[in-house]
Ligand binder design. Structure first.
Ligand SMILES: Cc1cc2nc3c(=O)[nH]c(=O)nc-3n(C[C@H](O)[C@H](O)[C@H](O)COP(=O)(O)O)c2cc1C
Length: 326
């Protein structure tokens, strides 16, 4: 059965698939525009890049596609408000926020007619986001890559949040690797769509260097671990030499705070610097965020091929959602 479109505010994605935002410079317009062209929602990772660069990248993405372009901005960023304002001025279609919870963002969304999508990991925050005016809610579970707000698995967490979100689209995120799981989350669990990130790093269009992609392709289940992030949340990443040194208790404090990027930072290492190093392809010194199920992904595809695969797999099994899931 054909998958339904995903409507968020005034925007419609023909395919109910959001490519998750990935900072720093993992998901840029190079990836997000082709995703939007394929009918999904392409998300630029907006945290910790200069506002001017973000603005140019949004304009580039919007020029390249008539599809839906979002920007993901972590609330934990010191310049969160500036990045939000810059993104709206650049003409982004919607703002996605996570890693903390902003109440003010909903006011900005209303004033500028910009849909706000909240990433949450608990029923309490899902309820609050809906009440404050979120246009959609992403349920991000423990299988996700990057910063995590829960240690609960997607298939346990999602139903709890499904029960309390009544009006706006609810999206499932964390560890989804193929169209069969996409269909399962939608018909069995009642999701209106899915958000996927790690799968999209392993595309021809994703602009990270080959070292990054190869590290993910080579990863076994045991190569993925949890780290403590200076943001104050756990994060899911590859067990690279830097992460092993961190786990052994080595002092990896930066000599000075180079980016002054976080509202609150415990400075036990510089996360901006380490994520940048990953994007420069430095396997030994970089921090490579990844989802838990990366070991299931063994091939680099084009964004079009990912969509074709997800849609054909999902539509081969997708049925009317069970009423009980709603
Ligand atoms: C390399 C990487 C960077 C990420 N950066 C961000 C980010 O900046 N903000 C955010 O809200 N989520 C971020 N995430 C989480 C994703 O957007 C997404 O929700 C999650 O990874 C979904 O799980 P999956 O990767 O298993 O598909 C990141 C994930 C990865 C793998």
């Amino acid at each position: 059965m054909k998958l339904p479109p995903l409507k968020i505010g005034p925007h419609t994605a023909q395919v109910p698939l959001i490519q998750g935002g990935m900072s720093i410079r993992v998901s840029t317009s190079a990836l997000s525009a082709p995703v939007a062209e394929c009918g999904g929602i392409g998300t630029i990772g907006g945290s910790s890049i200069p506002p001017e660069e973000l603005k140019e990248d949004i304009i580039k993405a919007k020029k390249a596609t008539k599809g839906v372009i979002a920007v993901n901005i972590m609330f934990a960023m010191k310049n969160f408000s500036t990045l939000v304002k810059t993104s709206i001025e650049a003409g982004v279609d919607m703002i996605v926020t996570g890693a903390g919870f902003s109440r003010d963002i909903f006011k900005v969304g209303k004033e500028t007619n910009t849909p706000i999508v909240s990433i949450v990991s608990s029923p309490a925050f899902a309820k609050l986001a809906e009440k404050l005016g979120a246009a959609a809610i992403v349920v991000e579970a423990k299988e996700a890559g990057g910063h995590l707000g829960t240690d609960i698995a997607l298939r346990d967490l999602f139903p709890e949040i499904r029960k309390v979100v009544k009006k706006v689209p609810l999206i499932a995120a964390g560890g989804i690797c193929d169209g069969y799981e996409m269909a399962e989350m939608m018909d069995k669990y009642g999701a209106d769509g899915v958000q996927i990130a790690t799968r999209f790093i392993l595309t021809k269009e994703c602009s990270v260097p080959d070292t990054f992609k190869q590290a993910l392709l080579d990863a076994s289940h045991e190569d993925v671990t949890l780290i403590r992030s200076p943001v104050g949340l756990p994060g899911r990443a590859l067990k690279t030499p830097f992460v092993k040194r961190l786990a052994s208790g080595e002092d990896l404090k930066a000599k000075e705070c180079l980016y002054k990027c976080l509202k609150k930072c415990d400075h036990h290492y510089c996360i901006s610097d380490r994520l940048r190093k990953a994007c420069d392809g430095d396997y030994d010194e970089g921090l490579f965020f990844t989802g838990e199920n990366v070991h299931k992904l063994k091939k680099i595809l084009s964004v079009r091929e990912v969509f074709d695969q997800f849609i054909s797999q999902a539509e081969s099994v997708y049925k009317e959602p069970v009423a009980a899931a709603r």
